[in-house]
Design a protein around this ligand. Structure first.
Ligand code: MLT
Length: 264
């Protein structure tokens, strides 16, 4: 499905089920395709809306100065087109950075927040230097090649060894993203502001999810976020790395379902 936000910018998305609206924002360098297991499992009880973030999937491209705030603005405008004033917003990794940018700018539009395998801090100096290396790499390589660099840290060693189908699926999603989106999103992530100061101001209950073996945003990072949030619970997904919703969908979905029910 597709929503035209301006004459030259449209967001592609899936919208399944009815009930409490849950909007899920995908990781880098993926698309809404990564939420298929959540859509299927949760749509019998909730309305699950999964947009492609700017540049990814079918959604229109970044402008001159890519930013995660721009992606958050897109989400707000996108929700306006449905007349949705408040939603439960969830994001995994880059999607979580966007969800936090959204929480800063549109706090009244949150009914709940799910932060999965993500962090509130900006990139460290070392992180920025790595980001620059990856940006250089992206100048001369394909999005599939960029993802190959990330793959060892995205899925556990066990998944990579034993679940060839999932590895192929994630490679397929990453490999079909445009390199210009990959390039722009890397810049946007490198330049994102620190969102740590937003955490104490979030009034809604927050569900923090983390894969027990997440090497990019490890459990200690998730725990620290929980410590700074006024109302938060932590769900650790055993046997999952960074892409916890894909590696252990049942445990991930159980945590999300329980949280959504608790919102009443
Ligand atoms: C992601 O999964 O979205 C990325 O790992 C985020 C990042 O590189 O910071």
């Amino acid at each position: 499905m597709r929503r035209q936000l301006t004459p030259d910018f449209a967001i592609y998305y899936d919208d399944a089920g009815s009930g409490e609206p849950l909007v899920l924002l995908h990781a880098f360098p993926l698309s809404r395709a990564m939420w298929q297991r959540q859509r299927e499992a949760l749509q019998n009880e909730f309305r699950v809306i999964t947009p492609d973030l700017r540049g990814f999937g079918g959604t229109g491209a970044f402008g001159q100065t890519p930013s995660l705030e721009q992606m958050a603005d897109d989400v707000a405008q996108f929700l306006d087109t449905f007349g949705l004033k408040q939603v439960v917003l969830g994001g995994l990794s880059m999607g979580g950075y966007v969800a936090l940018a959204f929480a800063r700018k549109y706090p009244d539009r949150l009914r709940g927040l799910i932060l999965a395998d993500t962090r509130a801090e900006a990139d460290s100096d070392e992180g920025k230097a790595n980001r620059d290396k990856m940006i250089e790499f992206a100048r001369t390589h394909t999005s599939a090649e960029v993802f190959e660099q990330l793959l060892p840290k995205s899925l556990t060693e066990k998944t990579r060894r034993e679940n060839a189908e999932l590895v192929a699926e994630v490679r397929r999603i990453a490999g079909s993203q445009s390199i210009s989106a990959v390039f722009a999103a890397l810049q946007a992530m490198r330049d994102r502001p620190d969102s740590s100061d937003v955490l104490p101001s979030i009034r809604v209950p927050v569900l923090v999810i983390v894969g027990s073996e997440d090497g990019i945003t490890p459990p200690a990072v998730a725990q620290a976020m929980v410590g700074r949030l006024p109302k938060a619970e932590l769900a650790t997904v055993t046997g999952a790395g960074h892409l916890s919703n894909l590696e252990q969908p049942e445990a991930f979905n159980t945590a999300v379902r329980g949280y959504l029910r608790s919102l009443g």
